[in-house]
Write a protein that binds this ligand. Structure first.
Ligand code: ASP
Length: 344
């Protein structure tokens, strides 16, 4: 063996060992794949809204993003590969249980969920209420398909993994990461049908940013979530039916009566038809008052108490639905339901 070969071997071994050591030291992040536009293909790279040309698998997502392996040791659990309209109660429970099982492992650092953006905020808020860990859980999506010119999915996924792998991202509850912003699940809503800056926390702004030098946070959510939540999915068999009514000029009680007839256990109101609400209450349905504006609080008042309709604070109607479903797994007592809406 020449001196040069020996030196080369030494260098190779040394760098090999260093690589092996650093790979083993990387935080472990599991991606729970559910589908959505981030896993969609389009036939035409320029048509950003036409993308029903097949699904992208988690392996393809990762093969396209080798840089993510410098951030974390990645494992994948595929829950589904569908649009977010298919996210239903049993799948939500399965997702929450799977994330809880993963995060209970001592060496798990965090979790990322890929998701369609249309109902992403509902799943994120559900997980905010049912994941029982301080470790970071990040829900990520994309506004442009995987095959588009200037797609947003890969960088969103990369940033989601950075947040899930960051020790200082613990304790913020479930986060939504798109467009370089970190937003709180409870506060954030999809605000635009197709722009990449669609997710906004209207009353609050982002928690922080996934800037290229580091992941930065500037504030914390103050409502109860994740490790401080009372909702335990290991004890919940299924989620009750809860519907939402939309109020507009001349809307009447027809939707309320129809939901009650369909077996709703709870209804979130954005307006109210007093007589239909009374009929529903007589049938045992719990009504919660939200508002269609999606910003600002609905306050508790002598009138809301008299009407026996707990108020949804500043949860938008579809988020109020998520909380009411979970609340109804524990109680139908209206004072208790109001307490839950005040705390979460
Ligand atoms: N249709 C998609 C969905 O699954 C939209 C998206 O992912 O952006 O919600």
């Amino acid at each position: 063996m020449t001196r040069f070969t020996r030196l080369f071997l030494f260098a190779a071994l040394a760098s090999g060992c260093a690589l092996a050591a650093s790979a083993a030291d990387l935080p472990k992040v599991r991606i729970f794949a559910t589908g959505g536009t981030i896993q969609s293909r389009g036939a035409d790279r320029q048509k950003l809204m036409e993308y029903n040309a097949g699904r992208v698998t988690p392996d393809e997502l990762l093969a396209d993003l080798p840089e993510v392996h410098d951030v974390a040791t990645i494992s994948v659990e595929e829950i589904s590969n569908a649009g977010s309209g298919d996210m239903k109660g049993d799948r939500l429970l399965q997702l929450a249980r799977s994330i809880n099982a993963w995060l209970a492992q001592p060496d798990a650092a965090g979790a990322v969920v890929t998701h369609g953006t249309t109902t992403l905020e509902e799943t994120a808020y559900f997980l905010n209420l049912t994941v029982r860990s301080e470790k970071p859980v990040v829900v990520v999506g994309a506004m442009r398909p995987f095959t588009a010119v200037s797609r947003d999915g890969p960088f969103n996924l990369y940033n989601a993994v950075r947040v899930a792998a960051a020790p200082h991202a613990k304790g913020f509850g479930v986060m939504i990461v798109l467009n370089d912003e970190i937003n709180a699940a409870r506060e954030t809503t999809k605000n635009h049908t197709y722009r990449t800056d669609t997710f906004v926390a209207r009353d609050f702004g982002p928690l922080g940013y996934t800037d290229s030098d580091r992941v930065v946070f500037y504030r914390r959510p103050t409502t109860r979530h994740t490790f401080k939540s009372e909702f335990d999915v290991s004890k919940i068999e299924d989620l009750p039916r809860v519907d939402v009514t939309y109020a507009y000029q001349e809307s009447d009680g027809a939707a309320i009566d129809a939901f009650v007839a369909a077996g709703a256990k709870g209804i979130v109101l954005t307006g109210r038809d007093a007589e239909a609400v009374k009929r529903g209450q007589a049938a045992g349905v719990v009504f919660v008052q939200s508002d269609r504006k999606g910003s600002g609080r609905v306050m508790t008042s002598a009138r809301s108490v008299e009407r026996a309709t707990p108020t949804a604070d500043n949860l938008n109607p579809h988020k109020a639905r998520v909380l009411l479903r979970l609340a109804l797994t524990k109680t139908t007592d209206l004072a208790e339901i109001q307490r839950i809406f005040n705390e979460y």
